[in-house]
Ligand binder design. Structure first.
Ligand code: LLP
Length: 426
């Protein structure tokens, strides 16, 4: 590929004037599959996974893909076939993982509000571990396990009160967040848990936030968790695994987060120095495995020029790519066919917006584009938290999805039809 600057490179980039994903010109997908359309590069997913695998090569460790980032079966299958476990947060996610060929014994169950039915289903399936987020949840899991005549494997999700330096909506490791058990209370909660007959303590867990682009918040969290392990083990409770969650950021707008292997080299130095090299390491990455591997393709419906603003109205919207509306997130937006050095259409500054009836329905602001009606655009870094957070708002069917493997294009989700929109209603 000639252009290495786009997020998602080297799997996404221009060859001559055409935006390619692996060996496929993305423009060529539109006639058959329509828009909006999500496309994912299998090589980009495996490349991102490889960085984690390299980090853990000579270690006891397991990568649990946080499937909330993208829970499409075709995506789950790729990670399952390549040795991933899964981090789930609902009974629905458990069902999807099992349907995609994931192993129950490699599933960890996070989230603050697990229902009794979800806990029962996870126990029945035989998952690896529940990450428990409160004392009352501890009691419920104990009760459900005892009534099923079994013992539930657990770890406590500890809230270390460190600032992940990210958007407030996706920061989770601060005292005021709803997540985890406060660091100051964790020891007494472990002691209490050790006395409950329906529970078996396996490990300790923390997850401090998402789209983290620096190493230092991780180092702070690891130190604080290991301080706790010191005192928990001094009380005779053994901690088999250390789970440091997910959160590693990706490139949306030129961010340069550390690579997973570079991050883990630093964290292992800390873990080794503290004498915990022998523990099993768990991680729960979502965005960093799939975010840069996906794009959302859309077509320009109208160009509208105004006194102060010009609008490029496309057929994707906040129901397909909700991150700009929800977090004012930035996604690069580029043409599928780029103009040469002297563009036929002069560049104009546009707000790229969708057809949904809200001013919040924007995908990119103040973007310089040389485009005409009918042109295709790609919204980059759209692999994570786009399709999985999509909705049917404005009675819009969800987009279709394809998985690209070199020159091969596989449809992994059909576009929703009008009949799909009404299927469950009477
Ligand atoms: N583990 C737990 C317990 C989590 O809550 C999350 C994400 C992850 C792992 C994976 O984090 P990642 O590696 O993907 O950063 N919708 C937001 C992101 C929400 C993240 C929620 N938790 C966004 O679009 O930015």
């Amino acid at each position: 590929m000639s252009d290495h600057n786009l997020p998602g490179a080297p799997y996404i980039g221009y060859q001559n004037q055409n935006l390619m994903m692996e060996n496929v010109a993305l423009e060529s997908l539109l006639a058959e599959h329509g828009t909006p359309l999500f496309a994912y590069s299998k090589a980009a997913m495996l490349g991102a996974l490889e960085e984690y695998k390299r980090a853990f090569k000579s270690r006891k460790a397991r990568i649990h893909y946080a499937m909330k980032a993208n829970s499409s079966l075709g995506v789950l299958r790729v990670f399952a076939q390549n040795g991933c476990g899964f981090d789930i947060v609902s009974g629905g996610e458990l069902a999807k993982v099992l349907a995609a060929g994931g192993k129950a014994e490699h599933v960890i169950f996070s989230g603050v509000g697990k229902t009794r039915a979800e806990i029962r289903a996870a126990l029945n399936a035989g998952i690896c571990c529940f990450n428990v987020e409160s004392e009352s949840e501890l009691d419920v899991i104990n009760e459900v396990a005892l009534s099923a005549n079994t013992v539930a494997p657990i770890s406590l999700r500890v809230n270390p009160n460190v600032d992940a330096k990210t958007h407030p909506y996706i920061s989770t490791g601060l005292k005021d967040n709803k997540f985890g058990i406060a660091h100051d209370h964790a020891l007494q909660t472990y002691i209490r848990a050790s006395k409950l007959k329906g529970l078996k303590i396996k490990g300790i867990d923390c997850h401090i936030g998402s789209q983290i682009t620096e190493i230092s918040p991780y180092e702070d969290a690891v130190s604080l968790v290991l301080d706790l392990v010191d005192s928990i083990e001094a009380n005779g409770i053994h901690i088999e695994h250390l789970d440091f969650g997910g959160g590693l950021g990706i490139d949306y707008a030129g961010e340069t987060p550390p690579k997973a292997d570079a991050l883990w080299e630093r964290l292992f130095a800390l873990i080794d120095k503290r004498g915990y090299s022998d523990r099993f390491i768990f991680v729960e990455p979502g965005r960093s495995l799939i975010g840069n591997a996906g794009v959302c393709l859309t077509r320009i419906e109208y160009l509208k020029t105004g006194e102060h603003k010009n609008f490029c109205i496309v057929d994707a919207a906040m129901n397909d790519v909700p991150r700009p509306a929800m977090y004012e997130a930035f996604h690069c937006i580029v043409p599928l066919t780029r103009s040469g050095p002297s563009p036929a259409v002069k560049p104009v500054l546009y707000d790229v917006v969708g057809p949904v009836c809200e001013s919040g329905d924007w995908l990119g602001r103040d973007r310089e584009l040389s485009v005409s009606v009918g042109d295709g655009l790609a919204i980059l870094s759209a692999g994570a938290y786009c399709m999985s957070m999509s909705s049917n708002y404005n009675s819009r069917g969800r987009a279709a999805e394809v998985l690209i493997d070199q020159s091969h294009v596989q449809l992994i989700r059909k576009r929703e039809t009008d009949a799909d929109l009404m299927r469950q209603e009477m």
